[in-house]
Structures are given as C-alpha cells and as structure tokens.
Design a protein around this ligand. Structure first.
Ligand SMILES: Cc1cc2nc3c(=O)[nH]c(=O)nc-3n(C[C@H](O)[C@H](O)[C@H](O)COP(=O)(O)OP(=O)(O)OC[C@H]3O[C@@H](n4cnc5c(N)ncnc54)[C@H](O)[C@@H]3O)c2cc1C
Length: 333
C-alpha cells in the first residue's frame, strides 16, 4: 500500500496533539484520528474542574495558554486545545476510531470506523498510539453495579443536590467529587478501602479530613461496597466485618480507569503482565514493533500518576528524533 501520510496518530489528547505538532515541525505530514470529539477524554472530566497544574506546565508546542486564574479550568483548556489545532493547522479526523493496524514500518494500514459505522483505510509510514489511560472504568465487581444510578463519571453536582450520594475511592477524583458535591448540598458518604487519604494530593487531604470531622461528609473506612440495591448500598467495614445498609440514590465508583490494552495488543505491542505498561524504548518510545510508538498516559499502564500532561507533552519530540533517523535509513535503502 502506498503511504499517503508520514505519521498517523491515534488519539487527540495533549500527547497526540503535541506529537502532531512535533511531526509537522520536523517536516513530516501527520494526521490525528480521534474516536470522539477533540480531546474526548478531557471533555468528559468534571464540568467545572480546575487543573492541578499551572497553565505554563500544560502548554503544548510553545503556544501560550492564557487563563484567568493561576490554574486553568477544564473549559479554558478545551478552548486552548481547539485554538492549538487551528493555529498549528493540525490535520485531524474526529469521530473516527482506529480499529485495526496491519503492515510494517514504512507501510502501515489503519482500519478506520466513522460514527455511522462506515469503514475505510488509511496508509502511514509510522504510527503513534496516544490513546490515553481512561478507556475503561475499573469495576467494583459487586451485584447491582449496572443499575442506572451507578455513575463512573462525575460531571457536575446539580443533578445530585439534596440526594443521598455514595462516592467510592480515596484518590484525587473521588475526594474532589465528594467535596464538590458536599459543598453543593448533596448528602455525601465516601467509602474508601484505606484508613486515610494518602493517595490524594496534599492540598485535598486537610479539606476532606475537615469536612469529615465537621460531619459534612460521612466516611466509612477502611471499608468496601458489598452490593448495590436500588434504594441502598451494603458496605462492609474491613476491620470489624460489620455490614451497614446505607440509604442511597446515586453511586460514583471513582476507582480509576484502564487503558485500552486490546488495541495495543492488536497492533502487536506486548505489555508487562503486572504493570500493563507497553514495552517501549525508554528514550525513543518506540515499541518492539519497528515504526510503532506510544505517547502519553498509555505508557504508564496501570501505574497512575506516572505520566500526565506535564511530562507527556514532550513525548512527541523524542518520537520524532527516532522517526527522523528511521526515515533516513529507509531513504538510504
Ligand atoms: C480529574 C483529573 C485531573 C487531572 N489533572 C491533571 C493536571 O492538573 N496536570 C496534569 O499534567 N495532568 C492531569 N491529569 C492527567 C491528564 O488528564 C492526562 O495525563 C492526559 O489527559 C493524558 O493525555 P493523553 O494524550 O495521554 O491521553 P488522553 O487525554 O486520555 O487522550 C486519549 C485520546 O485517545 C482517544 N482514543 C482512544 N482510543 C482511540 C482509538 N482506537 N481511535 C481513535 N481515538 C482513540 C480518546 O478518545 C482520547 O481523546 C488529570 C487527570 C484527571 C482524570
């Protein structure tokens, strides 16, 4: 198959977009394929979220990120990413999922599926997988988990005002959602399997601890959810074995996400059995399949907090250095 573009990039999060920019700066043609809207995963973050990082640390490709406060909001960052694509003239196909990759270095063939289910193919010399780490929410593995009141994603507190809400987890997302909902007038219970919130950012910990102390949030910990019923949730206290029936309208299991391992495996990329990290060269981010690279959070496997925008935004430059060397080798042949 004749290659129409040099570098195909799967995923339009910060890692995919900054890699496209790096590719264009290096003189390659690049095209980004995104199964949803631009930066679909970030778009799904809580509506009124503010980033933990300062704007400067989230900038891509040297384009200034201007925000009203010290740290940008989700909304400001989405605006920034739209502007980034326009200013950098990035070639992007939205609502186009990459379902399969065949071929080899210099001649990859991507199978694409648009939102109407129509399939097409695209050829590329190199492939960058930047599919992120939020493909599949971790499951609690308890009866009742598929009831409509169970929400793996928190958007905004309004629909849950004056309701009995149970948040499961003790890391940043769980703690932040519990705090936001409690402040908005939801009656929040947080269930966490640890004794403390050591897994949350240092500035969130005193906030949640104080809200628990003053009785605004009820904490059951260490504890785990045993089952979810339409009107209540059964929670087991780990240390005593006691089972509690907690009145409940909504459940937010905020216990993390899994990257899309199967897509990597379908591309021929192998993973560490324990960490689920793809085997990549630590310097060039090239996988064992010559010409296929990984960028962004997908590299961290199931180790959360290892890769985030602050460091993923530089992956493109490392990938491009290697792609340039490979392109030169191919030209010499
Ligand atoms: C609540 C929260 C707060 C955070 N705060 C910060 C912070 O303050 N600072 C920081 O640096 N990081 C932060 N992070 C982490 C940051 O959001 C991620 O590191 C970042 O989004 C990862 O970028 P990425 O490009 O690797 O992946 P993603 O942003 O996840 O993008 C991957 C994209 O690939 C697409 N995709 C997946 N599979 C396919 C396919 N087969 N075909 C086509 N498209 C596909 C997805 O739809 C998605 O748009 C936070 C994360 C969360 C959850």
């Amino acid at each position: 198959m004749k290659s129409a573009i040099d570098i195909a990039i799967v995923g339009s999060g910060p890692a995919g977009l900054s890699t496209a920019d790096a590719a264009q700066r290096a003189g390659f043609t690049a095209r980004v394929f995104e199964r949803g809207c631009l930066a679909d995963n970030i778009w799904r973050f809580p509506t009124f979220m503010q980033w933990h990082s300062t704007g400067e640390n989230l900038e891509l490709g040297g384009l200034p990120l201007i925000c009203r406060g010290e740290k940008p909001t989700r909304q400001e960052y989405l605006e920034y990413l739209r502007r980034f694509v326009e200013v950098k003239e990035i070639d992007i196909r939205l609502y186009t999922e990459v379902t399969r990759v065949q071929g080899e270095l210099g001649d990859f063939c991507l199978t694409l599926r648009d939102r109407h289910g129509e399939e097409s193919t695209e050829a590329a010399r190199f492939l960058v997988i930047a599919t992120g780490g939020f493909s599949t929410p971790h499951r609690l593995g308890v009866p009742g988990e598929d009831l409509p009141k169970v929400r793996p994603l928190f958007d905004e507190p309004h629909p849950y005002w004056n309701q009995e809400v149970l948040v499961v987890g003790g890391k940043n997302s769980a703690v932040e959602s519990a705090l936001v909902m409690a402040r908005a007038g939801c009656r929040v219970t947080i269930v966490h399997r640890e004794r403390d919130f050591a897994g949350a950012k240092y500035w969130l910990r005193p906030d949640i601890e104080n809200r628990i102390r003053e009785g605004r949030i009820r904490a059951l910990m260490p504890a785990e959810v045993v089952s979810i019923e339409p009107r209540h949730v059964t929670v087991r206290m780990t240390e005593t074995g006691e089972e509690l029936h907690v009145d409940n309208d909504w459940v937010f299991p905020m216990i993390g996400f899994e990257p899309d391992r199967r897509f990597l495996e379908r591309c021929g990329v192998t993973l560490d059995p324990e960490t689920r990290q793809p085997h990549v060269d630590p310097e060039t981010l090239e996988t064992e399949v010559p010409g296929i690279f990984c960028a962004g959070v997908i590299i961290g496997g199931n180790i959360s907090g290892m890769i985030f925008i602050e460091n993923a935004r530089f992956h493109g430059d490392r990938i491009l250095a290697r792609a340039q060397a490979l392109a030169e080798q191919m030209a010499e042949r």
